[in-house]
Design a protein around this ligand. Sequence first.
Ligand code: HAM
Length: 443
Amino acid sequence: MSAEKKELLSTAPYRGTRDFYPDDMRTRITIFNTMRRVVQSFGFEEYDGPMLERFELYAAKSGDELVNEQLYHFEDRGGRHVAIRPEMTPTVARMVAARINQLPRPIRWFSIPNLWRYEKPQRGRLREHWQLNVDIFGVDGIMADLEIIEIAIRIMEAFGAGKDDFKIHISNRKMLNHFLRNILGLDQSSAGQVCRAIDKKSKIPPDAFLEMVIAAGLSSRQCDQLEHFMNLNLQTLIACPDYISDGTQDLADLFSNLNRSGLADYCTLDLSIVRGLEYYTGTVFEMYDLHPQNKRALFGGGRYDNLVGIFSDQPISGVGFGMGDVTVQDFLSVHDRIPVTPAPVQVFVALYDKDYTGQSFQLARLCRKSGLRTCTQLDAVKLGKQFKLADALGAAIVVLQGPDEISNNQVTLKRMATSDQVTVPMEDMILTINRWLEFGQIP
Ligand code: HAM
C-alpha cells in the first residue's frame, strides 16, 4: 500500500502579522491597559468602529502613499469598493460628523484598533499593528494641542520613561506651507512633492533627499533656503518677519504654554517634521526615541481642521496622535522596560483523588468568589505532578483538601515560592491566601 504524503499547511502567520500566544497577549494587554489608564485619567472615552470602510474615506485625504501603495482594498460581493482600515482618523472623523449636533464638546475620545497597511515588513513596520488613537474635536486653539502632547508624555512616563529617554519634535504645517508657497514661491504640486521629500529625509541618504527636491523643481538657491529653514530655532523664526504666518503664532504660543506647563524639557522645535498624511493643517509632531540603538520616530500626530468637513457642512477641528504597539514595544525593549505581567493563575486547587472532585470544585469556587484567579486539577494524577503543573502556570499557592483536612474542616495551603505549608481552618483559607499574596507572610 503506497502511503500518500499529506500536504501540510504552513503554521506561519501571514507575512507582516503576528500570532499572539498567551504570553505575548499578556504583555500586549498590560501595555494597552497602561495607555488606557493614562488616557482615561484625562477624561477620555473609548470608542470603536468597523474594520472595513468605503474606499473614498481614505482616497479623500489620507495621501498618495497610504492609498496607492499601502491600502488593502477590494470590491465586496455587492460591488462596493471597500478598504480595510489603514488608520483610524477617517473613521473617527466620520463618526463625529454623523452626530455633530448631539455630541457635547470638546469631544475627547480614544481607541486601540488594529490597522492594516501593505508595507515591507521591517523593524517598527508590520502589515497589521495596533494603534492607540487619542483625539480631541471641537477646540480651535492650541490648548487642545498642548493637552494631546501632555498625554503622550504621561503615557511614556507611565512606561517608566523620563525626559532623557525620548523627545517630541514639533512643527506646524501652516508655517511650512507659508514658507514653501510664499517664500519659495512653489505651486501646490511642487510644494506637495517637497513635503513628501522632507517627510522621508531622516530615512534616506542626503543625496537622495537632494534629488527628490530638485525633481520637485527647486533651484540650488531654493535648496539652500529650505535647508536653512529646516534648521531654524524658535527665536530666529519669531524674529524674522518673512516667516511670520498664523502658523508661527500658533507655534510660539504652543511653546510658551509648554514652558508654563513644565513640559518644554520634553519638546523641541523641528521644522523638518511634516507627517506623511495629507489632512494635517497645523501643529504636527513626532515622538523620537533617544536610545542610541533605536534613534527613530516612535509615533506622531497633529491638528487636522478640515477632515470632519468632508462628511459634514459643519466643520469641526481635530487634533490627536496615533501610537503604534510595534514601535512602543521596540522602545520598551531597548530601554529594558517591557512590563512585568501578572501570572494568569494565583491559586491552584489540587485533587487528592477522583472522589474529591466535588470538593476541589467547591474550594475553587470559594477562591474565585473572592476574586482570586483559580484553576483546578482536572484529572487524578500524583500530587508531585500536580505541583509541577501549578508551578508551570505561575500559581503562587496550591490548595489541597484530603480526608484528614475534610474531617477536621481544614485545608492545607502550600506557598510555591518557598514551599512553606500550613493547615488552617476552612474559614481562614481566603484570609491566609490573601495575606500570602499581598504581604508574602503567614498570618
Ligand atoms: P501614522 O504616522 O501613519 O499616523 O501612524 C502613527 C503611528 O502608528 C506610527 O508613528 C507608528 O507608531 C504606528 N504605525 C504606523 N504604521 C505602522 C506599521 N505599518 N507598523 C507598525 N506601526 C505602524 C496615523 O495613522 C494618524 N492617523 C494618527 C493620528 C491620530 N493623527 C491624529 N490622530
